[in-house]
Design a protein around this ligand. Structure first.
Ligand code: FEO
Length: 172
């Protein structure tokens, strides 16, 4: 049986992942509004990945005999000044999520909850990738100036990103 402190913290992380999905979906909508469908695709794919993260946590809480309590999700911002502004926002947000995951690991260790600690290692690794992929786009936008033809080329590149659903069905 899961400890109450762990259950509460994992529930908060479910909310944080759902907020991440909301944030990136809002960014996707912004990119559509400024006619950058490739950037919008990247964000929408990211939004779907965040739902997978939330689902992983949901499943783990249930599997451990806990209760998932869903809380309200904050409204995300809806406007950004430029593509770079949005992507710097992604990078900053992912750094924040990394610190949330690290705090969760610290709590699992403190509570001697080895199962939760092992489960969270997937998220620790995932966050390395999450930060790196956001920073990659930030650096490309900075390097090219993020305007004109280079912006068009980058939009084309980001249109290639594909969402790959997990190989398991829900609840596994
Ligand atoms: Fe679920 Fe982007 O971290």
């Amino acid at each position: 049986m899961i400890k109450k402190s762990i259950e509460k913290a994992l529930n908060e992380q479910i909310n944080a992942e759902l907020y991440s999905s909301y944030l990136y979906l809002s960014m996707s909508s912004y990119f559509h509004s400024v006619n950058l469908p490739g950037f919008a695709n990247w964000m929408r794919t990211q939004a779907l990945e965040e739902l997978v993260h939330a689902d992983k946590l949901y499943n783990f809480v249930i599997e451990r005999g806990g209760r998932v309590i869903l809380a309200s999700i904050d409204a995300p911002p809806k406007e950004w000044n430029a593509p770079l502004d949005a992507f710097e926002g992604v990078y900053k947000h992912e750094q924040k999520v990394t610190s949330l995951i690290n705090n969760l690991v610290d709590l699992a260790i403190k509570e001697n909850d080895h199962a939760t600690n092992i489960f969270l290692q997937w998220f620790v690794t995932e966050q390395v990738e999450e930060e790196a992929s956001a920073d990659e786009v930030v650096q490309k936008l900075k390097l090219t100036g993020g305007q004109g033809n280079s912006l068009f080329m980058l939009d084309k590149e980001l249109s290639q990103r594909v969402f790959t659903p997990p190989a398991t069905k829900a609840g596994e």
